[in-house]
Design a protein around this ligand. Structure first.
Ligand SMILES: Cc1cc2nc3c(=O)[nH]c(=O)nc-3n(C[C@H](O)[C@H](O)[C@H](O)COP(=O)(O)OP(=O)(O)OC[C@H]3O[C@@H](n4cnc5c(N)ncnc54)[C@H](O)[C@@H]3O)c2cc1C
Length: 142
């Protein structure tokens, strides 16, 4: 069956950058998911982080009400989630550098960056500690 053509109604360039809003709480406002952090879309981390944020926030609010509305219970959410968020940022950023060349590089700098990418990709293609750690980070095993 032939594919049916259609009009392209919108074109956008996706900004491959990360952002984290810290802390994740301001008074009665709690941030979770993309509202709290944007990760470069290279490691499949955004939705997974959002789901874990929601679970942690539910646990935090539950603890707050169980523990007699102790405000210190509310501080735990940000402290609990930020290390995971920054770890995902670090991995996604490393993926970005592995798969994309920086914009606007001079020819020689771009050639150097490409050679570094090749060296890293070759390491991933052979059994090594680097390749094993990369695989564990990619699937989210901590
Ligand atoms: C093309 C693409 C591919 C992706 N692939 C992956 C992947 O493979 N793996 C992965 O882990 N992540 C992936 N992500 C990231 C992932 O989709 C997001 O990180 C995740 O959906 C964030 O969840 P969220 O609930 O924070 O936000 P969202 O999923 O954006 O949910 C926010 C919701 O709020 C609604 N909303 C907004 N404003 C209002 C309002 N004023 N009132 C009421 N409702 C409102 C929106 O309509 C939306 O339904 C991808 C993202 C994109 C764009």
């Amino acid at each position: 069956m032939a594919a049916v053509g259609g009009a392209i109604v919108e074109k956008r360039k996706l900004a491959l950058q990360g952002q984290v809003i810290e802390p994740l709480r301001h008074r009665r406002l709690f941030l979770a998911g993309d509202a709290a952090h944007i990760v470069p879309p290279l490691g499949g981390k955004g939705m997974n982080l959002a789901i874990h944020d929601a679970g942690a926030l539910a646990g935090t609010l539950g603890a707050y009400y169980r523990e007699g509305r102790d405000p210190s219970a509310l501080e735990r959410y940000s402290a609990l989630r930020l290390p995971h968020i920054w770890r995902a940022q670090e991995f996604s950023h490393a993926m970005l550098q592995l798969l994309h060349l920086p914009l606007g590089e001079e020819l020689e700098a771009a050639r150097f960056a490409r050679k570094l990418q090749d060296a890293r990709l070759r390491q991933l293609a052979t059994p090594s500690t680097f390749a094993r750690d990369f695989a564990r980070n990619y699937v989210g095993i901590t």
